[in-house]
Write a protein that binds this ligand. Sequence first.
Ligand code: PMP
Length: 325
Amino acid sequence: MKYAESVVDLVGGTPLVKLNALTEGLAPLVLAKVEYVNPGGSVKDRIALKMIEAAEASGELQPGGTIVEPTSGNTGVGLALVAQQRGYKCIFVCPDKVSEDKRNVLRAYGAEVVVCPTAVAPDDPDSYYSVSDRLVRETPGAWKPDQYSNPNNPASHYASTGPEIWADTDGKITHFVAGVGTGGTISGTGRYLKEQSGGKVQVIGADPEGSVYSGGTGRPYLVEGVGEDFWPDAYDRDVADRIVPVSDAESFEVTRRLAREEGLLVGGSCGMAVAAALEVAKDLTADDVLVVLLPDGGRGYLSKIFSDSWMASYGFLARDDSATV
Ligand code: PMP
């Protein structure tokens, strides 16, 4: 019989799929790494597992303890999965731009969700960073994984995401593209791929226009889970060879095309990463193999990116496209 001992054992080992329609006319092989097949539905299951295991080993997380984390949703789901298996409580702090659908997923796992305003500075007492710090101080047995500074965030990608991509491409990968949020994915995966290839693999970050990684100050953008208004410790500034800024409009257009033309119902940061990948692929040859990582699925965004009226309300759809609303 073939089965996993628990849901935690299903984390990682995600597949690569070739993009066909979106890459028409482009020379290189473009492969998408589909992270929504993780049991919690996103790439963040990987870091959740690694951060919890390390905290158990160090004694920072004790039996019956409470995990407190500022998260846009996906890290919370990963933490909730592992917490449920091991008897921990969870309190998650989210900015208000995170969709109600995503918050309800966290609540479905039995977690408590605290919502904070997006449009305040990180050091404001109401920011989701400040509120989570206060909850850690006030909750007995609390442990804050802090995906922004926890070295086990990039380490999980160095240990799993990178080796999976290297093995599945038989070491033929030449370019790796990923969106940058905490920076864990690009730093850990990118470092592993660079080491294995003797520095040959080019690592490209995709970033929402206005975020710090592409030279901005953190001007609000709508794509979720990526971009920052500060430089997290989880981001290794030495790994990315290039950062490609992508507008919300383009991120969402490509996200919708991924569903309609590739059958991949994925989130907005996936469209952003693929938009950057297509930009990079324009200059590549048939000998190149580009892997773009798709962090999560699209079901959490049905009332946003996949809603014609929501898209039209931000001017992201041409008049003709929104006529059916
Ligand atoms: N996309 C989504 C939907 C995410 O939740 C995250 C994590 N914040 C990312 C992309 C970026 O990944 P990382 O934090 O590893 O840079």
